[in-house]
Design a protein around this ligand. Structure first.
Ligand code: GCO
Length: 452
């Protein structure tokens, strides 16, 4: 069990930010010595990504970050959550250190600080160096040491300027999608591989927390989990069982051992062959905050032919849904925040919340995304209701600053406050960007959030 957090000081302000990730916005995948990641490889596999899209150019944030930071500053954004591309620093995942790649993040962090914005650095947002995957990747118990060495390098290089660190973004998602359902790299569909990835990523998290704590004075260290209700596609017994297993994999397999020090009972039994003496203490290291990403409830149905025993299902017909078919249910967000606050007793930052759409330029060259304004207004309201009811939530980051590479969906699903015209890479603030700027001004003027 982690130490109890210090209470929110009256003077401590609620943080309003935006989030991005390296592979989804940087581009420059072969620039300045960057090595290939598993996502570079995956995008080359025919049929994996809509329209054959890749992250090779993305938003070209690698070169255009000064403009993107200016857009954040103009919105009054107070914190910028980004991720470091492991293969930019270590092209082979370990060994040779790539100074040119590391210098990009120096430039980025220095510019973010110069704009008066707080940098929040995530070590891993899914772009594992391909060379390490070739050595077993997350299926190897050695991955914990590889990740700890990478964390030590990041701490040493940026710890004088960055104090907010997350070890992983959504391990529940990349483990399930990468090893259980095969939708993401390495594209495996195998229950034993999924179990190994769960435990090895948890070990890597604990090692990285210790590396960051040792390397950065005054570090504020957290981890980011996607937390969403996992519901049955129907009242059938097999669907109820499917939802329970998805909940165990999606919501519990990582935060429970990392924060509480134990796996859910069923999972502990299934992982027993992976767990060596002392492992649970290596995983459960003191954290300063919990990042929660949330979008919508998710659904499962029983499938006895599937290696995990369940399959993904869509939301029931007739439920309110976004333009890309995700259920819109702000009360679920309120309940997730209350439950997580009660269960984990850590300060919570909403590190991702937002909605995807098919946003388009209108004839005047503007992008009017009222659907996103409606979603953000409803979900910020739900968060503030949760805070008023006692949830210890201390910040909110919109996903995302920019339209970007939405994994398997390629560039079709747009999540940005800023529209990216991909042929020209022109940035065009959507109406939601103005709305968010006004909301930050209003909320900041009235003190910490918590007033529904
Ligand atoms: C995730 C990732 C983001 C996604 C966003 C929209 O939660 O899957 O953190 O990289 O792009 O959530 O799906």
């Amino acid at each position: 069990m982690n130490r109890l957090p210090t209470p929110l000081l009256p003077t401590e302000r609620f943080i309003w930010g935006v989030s991005t990730s390296s592979y989804q916005i940087e581009g420059a995948t072969k620039t300045d010595g960057r090595g290939p990641s598993i996502w570079d490889t995956f995008c080359q596999q025919k049929g994996r990504i809509a329209n054959g899209d890749t992250g090779d150019i993305a938003c070209d944030h690698y070169h255009r970050f000064p403009e993107d930071i200016a857009l954040m500053r103009d919105m009054g954004v107070q914190a910028y959550r980004f991720s470091v591309a492991w293969p930019r620093l270590l092209p082979n995942g370990r060994g040779h250190f790539n100074e040119a790649g590391a210098a990009f993040y120096d430039r980025l962090i220095d510019a973010v600080l110069a704009a008066g914005i707080e940098p929040w650095l995530c070590l891993y947002h899914w772009d594992l160096p391909q060379a390490l995957d070739d050595e077993g990747g997350w299926l190897s118990r050695d991955a914990a040491g590889w990740f700890a060495d990478y964390a030590t390098l990041v701490a040493r290089r940026y710890g004088d300027r960055v104090k907010r660190f997350a070890t992983f973004n959504e391990p529940g998602v990349f483990a399930l999608f990468g090893f259980g359902l095969g939708w993401q790299p390495p594209g495996v569909v195998d229950a034993d591989a999924h179990r190994k990835a769960i435990h090895h990523v948890n070990l890597a998290h604990g090692e990285a927390v210790d590396a960051l704590r040792a390397g950065v004075s005054g570090a504020s260290i957290g981890v980011i989990h996607n937390m969403q209700p996992c519901l049955p596609a129907s009242a059938a017994l097999e669907d109820l069982a499917a939802a329970a297993r998805l909940h165990m994999h999606w919501n519990q397999a990582f935060p429970d051992p990392q924060i509480l020090g134990y796996y859910p009972t069923i999972l502990a039994d299934e992982l027993a062959p992976q767990i060596a003496p002392g492992d649970m203490a290596r995983i459960c290291r003191p954290l300063d905050w919990l990042g929660i990403n949330h979008y919508s409830p998710i659904y499962a149905r029983g499938d006895k032919n599937a290696p995990l025993g369940y399959a993904w299902a869509g939301p029931p017909d007739g439920t309110p849904q976004s333009e890309i078919g995700w259920q819109v249910h702000p009360d679920a967000f309120r309940d997730i925040l209350l439950e997580a606050s009660r269960r984990y007793h850590l300060p919570i930052y909403v590190t991702e919340n937002g909605t995807g759409g098919r946003d388009q330029l209108d004839h005047t060259g503007a992008v009017k995304d009222q659907h996103r304004i409606n979603y953000l207004n409803a979900y910020i309201g739900a968060m503030q209701t949760a805070i008023a009811a006692g949830a210890d939530v201390r910040g909110y980051f919109v996903w995302s600053l920019l339209d970007n590479f939405e994994w398997g969906a390629g560039y079709g699903d747009r999540f940005g406050l800023i529209y990216v015209d991909y042929p020209t890479l022109r940035r065009i603030p959507k109406s939601s960007a103005r709305w968010y700027a006004d909301r930050i001004t209003r909320e900041t003027a009235t003190g910490p959030a918590g007033k529904p």
